[in-house]
Design a protein around this ligand. Structure first.
Ligand code: NDP
Length: 298
């Protein structure tokens, strides 16, 4: 068997086109653009790349992008003051503080300072509570992107056995909540899980969010299962290469020979994250401006 390839790049491009359409309609109704503010503290190179890419895609979708770049030695109180200003700025619908923050800052305290109605990353404890209780709120972008891909691929997920490997607040836990909300039977595996291979073998849906290159082997996958690989790992450069290859947490070649469908790395889950961020910002804009958005529109 050779698995169907789930093309996240194409899915994300289609989603962005839809967001651009709805962003234009929003601007006409509200008399202003939907706005997303991104706050970056310090000069972490990966964070700089993400922030640049987020700003560019926000503008391409017809939304306003506000970038706040603060030096690495910014006092926590000064960052909190920036967030407070953004909370009170009617042009800003969504606020994202790029993580990780420098070590002298308390991430939880900073996230807690964001108005939950502008928490487009879905990391505020209010957003987490809303997700687990089934209330309307913001869902972290990467897992939401995964659930979109899964529903597009499989239709109803009801009754399926799902195994999420990883229990981080950013991916694993919200992923499990979303699968549960789709009526899957969910197992959350982590570094202490006994006989992980056996646990994964039960799954109709496997979501790997570990951060260990090619850890999930083809022999662990139930034939026909759908495999969502969240991991992004750069291998050391092979001889003659300047940069190592990007691989996921799943051994793609092995798993693709057994699975029914699988996301590649790159080009699977990765492109979905920013697209969902823009989607969340536009949903926030509709709610904040009191402009109706049809159910399931985005
Ligand atoms: P974390 O490091 O926060 O969490 C990793 C999880 O994997 C932990 O729960 C850990 O368990 C578990 N784990 C570690 N080793 C093993 C093991 N040997 N067996 C089973 N479980 C294990 O990572 P994130 O959730 O933030 O990210 C996971 C991956 O997803 C990374 O590669 C990251 O780069 C990628 N990512 C991709 C995104 C995208 O846009 N596509 C966005 C976010 C992340 P324990 O809790 O017991 O320590």
């Amino acid at each position: 068997m050779s698995a169907a390839v789930i093309d996240g790049k194409e899915f994300a491009a289609t989603l962005r086109a839809r967001i651009a359409d709805y962003a234009a309609t929003f601007e006409q109704s509200a008399g202003r653009k939907a706005g997303l503010a991104v706050v970056l503290v310090g000069e972490d190179p990966a964070s700089q790349v993400y922030v640049k890419s987020k700003g560019k895609q926000t503008v391409e979708c017809g939304m306003a992008s506000f970038e706040h770049k603060l030096p690495a030695d910014t006092a926590e109180a000064d960052l909190l003051a920036v967030i407070e200003r953004l909370n009170n700025d009617p042009a800003v619908d969504g606020i994202l503080v790029q993580l990780p923050l420098p070590p002298h800052m308390d991430e939880q305290k900073v996230i807690a300072a964001i108005n939950p109605d502008k928490d487009v990353d879905g990391f505020h404890t209010t957003s987490v509570g809303r997700l687990w209780t089934g209330l309307e709120g913001f869902v972290p972008c990467t897992p939401y992107g995964c659930i979109m891909l899964l529903k597009d691929q499989l239709g109803s997920l009801s009754g399926l056995d799902a195994v999420v490997i990883g229990r981080s607040n950013i991916v694993g836990k919200p992923m499990a909540a979303l699968l549960l909300a789709e009526s899957c039977t969910v197992t959350i595996a982590h570094s202490r899980t006994r006989d992980l291979a056996e646990v994964v073998r039960r799954a109709d849906i496997v979501v790997a969010a570990v951060g260990r290159p090619e850890m999930v082997k083809g022999s662990w996958i139930k034939p026909g299962a759908t495999v969502i690989d969240v991991g992004i790992n750069r291998l050391p450069p092979a001889e003659g290469e300047s940069k190592g290859r990007l691989v996921g947490d799943v051994d793609y070649a092995e798993a693709a020979a057994v699975a029914g469908a699988i996301t590649p790395v790159p080009g699977g889950v990765g492109p979905m994250t920013i697209a969902v961020l823009l989607r969340n910002a536009l949903v926030a804009a509709h709610r904040n401006a009191g402009v109706a958005l049809a159910d399931g529109a985005l």
